[in-house]
Design a protein around this ligand. Structure first.
Ligand code: NAD
Ligand code: ZN
Length: 360
């Protein structure tokens, strides 16, 4: 048995208003006047002076606003890297990602690809990255994905949707300021929050479960139930707790794995571009058979917050389109093995998956 030796985020600031310390954190990391800090920021903050006015730009530092309408692509990472190389004399001092999972993953991928040759698609997989990445900082503005703590950056490439999983992927610094999440629309709050809830359910009911993952998973699951089912929390408490739930949910899966909902949601995302949070919700809603207790609570949370999920998104798909989704979902072998055990291929067949997708 080989035990995983995985890296963790070495520095974290937690606290409401802690975003104000960003400049102070970055200053000692500046390598030279011609090695800029590059801020990759979700374009939802483009005219948001409350946020951007607190970022001090010096020398050739740049803000690049990026839309998170679509999930990160390998070509998008390559284009950003090229742009950064062409516009700065030296490799940047740091990449700072500000936004949800989309922006956090882009920041991680760009920081890796600035020091590794070729295209981001060449590194989709496990432990393919050769050189240490550039100093990178993650600042979530919506909670749930756990990308702020994870060892992966999920990218859609020409052939597959798969993360760059490596020891160089995790952030060097994270700033957890729950105030940054205060304006997240309720639907999106629910979808991304449920990503965290589903991480916990899939980790806790998986065959890869161990005491490490279980302790983090239970912690995050408890927080999710408090946030999404209790009426007693103030907005501020709820935002702080969801930020911590996201962190713990992420910690739970670094030492275990996700399961059925994630495997199937990757299929939806690859074919239809369905985003991760909502895709997980659409799938999870139909997974009573695999996660009876988890789905029961999910339905209660959905009803409590009046969330209407899209229906029949697969009803018009051709057989060949369904086959593509099934192939993508089945390619995620560790997820199935975690969910259903070593003999998962006997339980989950292409026909079974087709039947499930057709219900969605
Ligand atoms: P997201 O980053 O795509 O953002 C969702 C929406 O919320 C966007 O419209 C965005 O503009 C908006 N938004 C974000 N912060 C806001 C704020 N403070 N106020 C108002 N609007 C705000 O969503 P996400 O669910 O956080 O991330 C999904 C991505 O994360 C996917 O690409 C998925 O693959 C990835 N992911 C990565 C990991 C990992 O470990 N690396 C884990 C899970 C998911
Ligand atoms: Zn997820």
């Amino acid at each position: 048995m080989k035990f995983k030796n995985f890296p963790m985020v070495p520095r974290v600031i937690f606290g409401r208003g802690s975003f104000n310390q960003l400049n102070e954190v970055l200053a000692p990391k500046r390598l030279s006047v011609s090695a800029p800090f590059i801020f990759l920021i979700d374009d939802v903050f483009k005219n948001n002076v409350w946020l951007t006015s607190r970022i001090q730009l010096s020398y050739n530092d740049r803000i690049i606003f990026i839309s998170s309408k679509e999930e990160p692509k390998t070509q998008q990472v390559d284009a950003l890297v090229e742009d950064i190389i062409l516009t700065s004399k030296e490799n940047p001092s740091g990449i700072i990602g500000i936004g949800g999972g989309t922006l956090l993953d882009l920041a991680k991928a760009v920081s890796i690809m600035l020091t590794n040759t070729g295209s981001a698609k060449d590194y989709q997989g496990w432990d393919l990255v050769k050189n240490p990445s550039i100093y990178h900082v993650g600042i979530p503005t919506i909670s749930g994905t756990g990308s702020e703590v994870s060892r992966t950056t999920v990218l859609t490439g020409p052939e597959k949707k798969l993360g760059i999983n490596s020891d160089y992927t995790p952030f060097d610094q994270v700033i957890l300021d729950s105030e940054l999440t205060k304006d997240v629309p309720i639907d999106q709050w629910f979808y991304t929050g449920m990503d965290c809830y589903i991480h916990c359910v899939e980790s806790l009911s998986g065959t890869y479960l161990n005491a490490f993952s279980e302790s983090y998973g239970n912690m995050a699951l408890g927080l999710c139930k408090e946030i999404f089912l209790d009426n007693t929390l103030s907005d501020k408490e709820s935002q702080e707790k969801l930020m911590m739930a996201s962190w713990h949910g992420g910690m739970s899966i670094v030492y275990s794995q996700v399961g059925v909902a994630h495997a199937m949601s990757y299929g939806l995302s690859y074919l239809l571009g369905t985003k991760h949070g909502i895709g997980n919700c659409i799938v999870f809603d139909h997974l009573e058979e695999f996660y009876p207790e988890g789905v029961k609570f999910f339905k209660q949370m959905k009803a409590k917050h009046h969330i209407e999920l899209p229906k029949n998104i697969c009803s018009d798909l051709s057989d060949s389109e369904l086959d593509i989704m099934i192939k993508i979902a089945l390619s995620l072998e560790p997820l199935w093995e975690n969910a259903l055990g070593k003999n998962w291929k006997k339980i989950i067949t292409p026909a079974k998956l087709k039947h499930l997708y057709q219900k969605m």
